[in-house]
Structure formats: structure tokens, C-alpha cells
Design a protein around this ligand. Structure first.
Ligand code: HPA
Length: 286
């Protein structure tokens, strides 16, 4: 990998990945969903036309994180065509920002116009409770260029990409999520996501610091996908499942197993929102 500071031609070509996927699936989906930690089971509800392991798609990074299957699933959910990324790779697996963003750029190249991003996160806001779902209002990017400590040209390009002056997270979709939640008597939190590289969970001092800079939840993913999606003109909505909460005075042990377990238990709320949102996205494409 070149260490040049100047962006150059991309070494990852979504076109090759698109060709490989098109070889197996010739459908059209306007909606893409990234299923994060513990939420992969939602993929089982998709009426799948094709399910491809990431390893079979050129350029796709492979996933090693717990509860991340690493499959691209094309099909319909509640009758609406969609493409799901069942699991993601993370910066802490050694990938750069651009590598983590690559699957999202492939979804866009396949025709996706709205992206629903889900993740697991630790709650920073004092009113955040385990099992809550938070609508991401905005984020604070503390991930630099990625976990590989390489300033690779693609990541640099992504960081510098011009993007619309409008907000990153779509206000209209957010409003729709609130209405869906209210209609089902589900409390939907709303807040700012702090994206860090991990892989270690935070110290008590770090949780306090992230709260002070304006964070409501903290996690190790999402930023790269949202940046690339917005620079490609997609509408984006983000949902965080709160799997643990920062209580500086009553610290808890956070483990990846527990995070995955709690995230899975919040699946019914995420399912409700995703099903409602894909309907909205289908009716009103970007
Ligand atoms: N910190 C970072 N990432 C996370 C956390 C956390 O507390 N919980 C789930 N993902």
C-alpha cells in the first residue's frame, strides 16, 4: 500500500464486486440495510433470493468479529426488495476506513438509494438504559483513518470527499422512525454517536470524556459507511442498540459476548423500525 498523502486511483473497484453479484442476482433494490452486532438474525426474515459470503465477492473484507456472519443477502422483506449486509468488518480488525466503507459503495453501485445502518453501542447519556434503541442524530468521528495505522489513499479520499452540506442523518427518515416507534409504544431515544476504533471498551474516564464532548452513545463502527453513503448521495438513517451503559459510579464489565447477547434481545424493536423504514424508503426514494 502506498504511503503517499495524495489521493490516487482507487485500488478497490466496486465494478468487479457488482459483476460478481450480478452473476448471481439480477434484481433491483432501493434499500440497503447494514445489520450490526447481534442483529444479524434479521437476515433470516428476508425472503432471500441469493446469499453470498463476503469472501466470494471481489474486494469485500472478511469479518472476524463475534456475531458478524459476513454475508450479503439479496431478497425481499415484507415484500420490499432490499440488500442486507449481514455483519460488517471493523477498523480494529486491521482494515482502513476505505476498506470498511467498500461494501456500502457496492450497495450504491447496485442501485441502493437509502441505507439503514444498525449497530451496538454503549450508552453515555445518563437516561440511556440497556436495551434502548437510539436514533442517531449526528456523529463524532474519532476513528481517524482506520485501525491499520496506514494513511492509504482511498481512506484519505473518503475523508476529503465533498459531501452535501445537509445533515448526514436524514431528518425525514428520522421523523418516520419516531412515528413508527410511537405507534407501537416503543421508546426511541435520539442522540449523538461517538465512533471510536476500539477494540478495547472504554475506561470510566473515557466514558466521562465522551459524554462531555456531546456523545450520547459510543461504538466502533458506522462512521465510514455513513460517510461513503452520503458522499454518494444516499439517504441514511442510523439506529444504535444500547447494550451497556456507562455509570462512572457503578462501573460494569463490558464483554463482546454480553454486547452481542443484549443486542439480540433488542431485535424486536429494531425489526419494527426496519420494517417500517423500508416501506418509507420504497415509497419515497432519494
Ligand atoms: N463502547 C464501544 N463500543 C461498544 C460499546 C461500548 O461501551 N458497547 C457496544 N459497542
Amino acid at each position: 500500500m502506498s504511503r503517499t498523502m495524495e489521493p490516487s486511483a482507487s485500488s478497490r473497484d466496486p465494478g468487479q464486486a457488482v459483476l460478481a453479484i450480478r452473476d448471481r442476482w439480477n434484481g433491483m433494490a432501493r434499500v440497503g440495510v447494514v445489520l450490526g452486532t447481534g442483529l444479524g438474525d434479521l437476515a433470516a426474515e428476508i425472503d432471500a433470493q441469493v446469499s453470498l459470503p463476503y469472501g466470494s465477492i471481489p474486494g469485500f473484507p472478511s469479518c472476524s468479529a463475534l456475531a458478524h456472519a459476513g454475508r450479503l443477502v439479496c431478497g425481499t422483506l415484507a415484500g420490499i426488495p432490499l440488500i442486507a449486509l449481514q455483519g460488517r468488518c471493523h477498523l480494529y480488525e486491521g482494515y482502513s476506513l476505505a476498506e470498511v466503507a467498500f461494501p456500502t459503495s457496492v450497495l450504491a453501485a447496485l442501485g441502493v438509494r437509502t441505507l439503514i445502518v444498525t449497530n451496538a453501542a454503549g450508552g453515555l447519556h445518563p437516561r440511556m438504559a440497556i436495551g434502548d434503541v437510539m436514533l442517531i442524530d449526528d456523529h463524532i468521528h474519532l476513528q481517524g483513518f482506520g485501525g491499520s495505522w496506514r494513511l492509504d489513499p482511498d481512506s484519505l479520499r473518503l475523508a476529503r470527499m465533498p459531501r452535501p452540506h445537509s445533515r448526514l442523518y436524514d431528518a425525514e427518515l428520522g421523523e418516520r422512525a419516531s412515528v413508527i416507534a410511537r405507534g407501537a409504544d416503543v421508546e426511541l431515544r435520539r442522540g449523538v454517536y461517538v465512533g471510536v476504533t476500539g477494540p478495547t471498551y472504554e475506561t470510566r474516564a473515557e466514558y466521562r470524556a465522551f459524554r462531555r464532548i456531546g456523545g450520547d452513545a459510543v461504538g466502533m463502527s458506522t462512521i465510514a459507511e455513513v460517510l461513503i453513503a452520503r458522499s454518494l448521495g444516499l439517504r441514511v438513517i442510523g439506529l444504535s442498540t444500547i447494550t451497556n451503559v456507562a455509570r462512572p459510579d457503578a462501573p460494569q464489565v463490558v464483554s463482546a459476548e454480553n454486547v452481542a447477547h443484549v443486542a439480540a434481545s433488542a431485535l424486536p424493536k429494531v425489526r419494527l423500525l426496519v420494517r417500517g423504514l423500508i416501506q418509507e424508503a420504497q415509497n419515497k426514494p432519494a
